[in-house]
Design a protein around this ligand. Structure first.
Ligand SMILES: [Zn+2]
Length: 707
């Protein structure tokens, strides 16, 4: 590992954050340098601090410490991500014999300069009790490969020498802060401190020194590991093998993901919304496949995480399961189900054993695996959102690598179960349980066809706002990217995906559903929406153009619904299909035969699907919208194409068409894509026990009332 320090960059940070003062600006800079190395810290792991003098409200200079706040990642931190506290007040706490975690957090907040700051790190007191101006703390992979060994202390000494303080494992908090400060005071010339089975601290009087000490120590550990483990790690796949292996892994993952996702869903106890689902992230890299294929991987996976805070994200161990990907779905389900049941039983036993041993009472967390390792297929990570699943997947990829290195060096030895339990069931973590209200479509995946159009964008935006993960599908790739960007801005990038899909092509439809399964683990809400129109009287309709409308609007709906069924069935957790039909179904107009007939067919197909899919708990409902000309700045491609013809056949000026539609409905309403989207969300949220129904979204058109 090499230093990323650059004088020019450092200067630009000092200029950009001039208001914060030079020390804090440089603290932001080197924090970001640390954050840029996933081998040092990932996803909120690690923290940094700086001690400065700043005036209080009376203008008097006060010694302050700025420590990374929760909710900030080092790679993107800003000065306000390092809340300032009165140093003197924190240091006085050291006189106490003990301090509860809750009171520690309270004391940290009490000493903030700005009461609106995020909570400073739970390792704040450790930073405060040490004298150095700059302190960098990481969970560096290479250091953990040394500390997580039976003779870890000897290895650390061998690699880092005598001017490093070694602190045995103690859970983060007040006791660790005191212990670390005492250890340091016995070696005041130390350049760093290794916390066994936890991570690394480095210090300096300036930002660069502290940062570069971290890099130097990690670099030494990396070189040592590379030398000692050369030729002893699982061999990476050869290039040709890697390519076919990855292709097979991706194909198999698409098939396995919905089965796995269904088995990981838990009954919610709410009859209207009976499932609490997960989002699944699949990862397969040549390295991960090679590591998973090694004979020792299974036993190694059972030995706990690299550093204690991973346990919150990944649980103490992953589920390791071997699958014959070619087996029928029922066999895959049986194998996975048995493995998950076994995992749950072992987790329950671990929980019971620990609460009994410690004599404490705790609210038990769900016993489900967060990480599922499948040789030949890759890593599946589960979370309440794609973001959470991706974090668990990232940690898992690193864990596979570092455990293999550590085991090649000696023997990988994790923290004891009791220590992991303390972290997993930390009172500060327990306090957060059940406090988070979820949006109505949280943990669900929706796939919308024709997503680049005005109605499609409106539907996707409303689904994203309701908490769904959204797959935008469209044949228009350029429009698709623009739509994806819009929806991502509303729903968060990780929760939004786009896939090219031609609804008239069976293979394209299957590929799109497979992609949804690889990206999010499956699909719960399907919205057949892609459509085209053609304005011509029956007498003048060209057969080819008529067939094309039927092909896209009716056969396209058929293929989309048929493509969804295997995924919904594999999950076994019900779901919703919401068919975007049309006002025309009940209120047809002249010169619009192809469109009206195709939409009436799609509407009827929806009713048949409602009957056929009810035994699976899948609801199918229809929306009859009147003309939507735009959603925000997304114009309707359909109306741009047929608007003039349609106006002509109605005998009105083309520019008057939108007003014409508005004025003819009872409420004089202009219909937007968002209106259709809200109707989709209504059905998809299971607000009422309704299937096979039609909801008009047309401002009230008496001639098109459902009947
Ligand atoms: Zn830490």
């Amino acid at each position: 590992m090499q230093s990323r320090w650059s004088d020019d960059e450092a200067r630009s940070f000092v200029e950009r954050w001039a208001d914060a003062g030079e020390p804090l600006a440089l603290r932001v800079y080197t924090s970001r340098l640390v954050g840029a190395e996933p081998d040092l810290v990932m996803h909120g792991g690690g923290n940094t601090s700086v001690k400065i003098v700043r005036p209080d409200v009376l203008g008097e200079p006060v010694e302050a410490i700025c420590v990374k706040g929760s909710g900030w990642d080092l790679d993107s931190i800003e000065p306000r991500g390092l809340p300032a506290m009165r140093l003197d007040g924190l240091r006085r706490l050291r006189a106490l014999g003990s301090l509860s975690d809750e009171e520690m957090v309270n004391q940290q907040r009490t000493h903030l300069f700005d009461s609106t700051s995020p909570n400073p790190s739970v390792e704040t007191l450790l930073h405060a009790f040490l004298p150095h101006r700059f302190i960098d703390h990481t969970h560096a992979d290479a250091i953990l490969a040394l500390t997580n060994q039976p003779d870890g202390e000897r290895l650390v000494r061998e690699v880092l020498g005598d001017d490093v303080v070694i602190v045995p494992y103690v859970m983060p908090g007040f006791a660790l802060a005191k212990l670390a400060a005492e250890a340091f005071e016995r070696r005041p010339d130390a350049r760093g401190m290794v916390l066994m089975k936890h991570g690394l601290f480095s210090f300096g009087d300036d930002a660069r020194t502290s940062y570069e000490r971290t890099i130097a120590m990690v670099d030494a550990a990396e070189r040592f590991l590379a030398a000692k483990t050369a030729g002893r790690l699982p061999k990476p796949l050869a290039a040709s093998e890697a390519e076919s292996g990855l292709a097979a892994a991706r194909r198999d993952a698409a098939r396995i993901a919905p089965v796995l996702r269904g088995l990981l869903a838990r009954p919610s106890g709410d009859p209207d919304r009976p499932w609490r689902r997960v989002i699944l992230e699949h990862r397969a890299t040549p390295e991960a496949l090679a590591l998973l294929g090694a004979p020792e991987c299974e036993a190694l996976s059972r030995r706990g995480p690299l550093t204690p805070d991973h346990v919150i994200r990944t649980k103490a161990e992953p589920l390791f399961v071997r699958l014959d990907a070619k087996a029928p779905e029922a066999v895959l389900r049986e194998t996975l189900s048995a493995a998950i049941e076994d995992f749950r039983r072992r987790y329950d036993a671990y929980f019971e054993k620990q609460v009994a041993a410690k004599g404490v009472s705790r609210t038990k967390l769900d016993p489900d695996p967060r990480v599922i390792l499948v040789p030949g297929i890759g890593i599946f990570a589960a979370g309440k959102s794609r973001k959470d699943a991706a974090i668990a997947a990232d940690l898992s990829e690193h864990t596979l690598r570092v455990k293999a290195q550590a085991d090649a060096l000696g023997r990988y030895e994790p923290l004891a179960d009791g220590d992991l339990f303390d972290m997993e069931y930390w009172s500060l973590e327990q306090a957060k349980l059940g406090k988070e209200a979820e949006k109505p479509l949280a943990r669900q995946v929706a796939l919308v066809t024709g997503a680049a159009g005005a109605i499609g964008v409106g539907i996707c935006l409303e689904l994203a706002r309701a908490g769904a993960h959204v797959v935008l599908a469209d044949v228009d790739e350029k429009g698709l990217e623009a739509a994806r960007a819009k929806v991502a801005a509303a729903g968060g990038g990780a929760a939004v995906a786009a896939v090219r899909m031609d609804v008239t092509d069976e293979r394209s439809v299957a590929a799109a559903f497979a992609e949804a399964c690889r990206t999010f683990g499956g699909v719960d809400v399907v919205v057949p929406n892609a459509g085209i129109a053609y304005v011509a009287s029956l007498a003048e309709s060209e057969a080819d153009r008529f067939r094309r409308v039927i092909d896209v609007n009716l056969s396209g709906y058929f293929l989309t619904m048929r493509g969804a069924i295997p995924v919904l069935r594999a999950q076994g957790t019900a779901g919703n299909v919401v068919v975007n039909a049309s006002k025309n179904v009940f209120g047809p107009g002249a010169d619009f035969g192809a469109y009206s007939a195709s939409k009436a067919g799609g509407h009827q197909l929806g009713k048949v699907a409602a009957i056929e899919l009810a035994p699976l708990g899948i609801r199918v409902n229809m929306i009859n919208a009147d003309a939507v000309f735009a959603e925000g700045d997304t114009p309707s491609g359909l109306w741009r194409e047929i608007g003039d013809d349609r106006a002509r056949s109605k005998g009105i000026e083309p520019g008057r068409l939108e007003d014409h539609y508005r004025e003819r409905n009872l409420l004089r309403a202009r219909i937007t894509g968002a209106h259709v989207g809200r109707a989709v969300v209504f059905f998809a949220s299971n607000e009422t026990p309704t299937t096979g129904a039609t909801l008009p979204v047309d401002g009230g058109v008496a001639a098109a009332f459902p009947r």
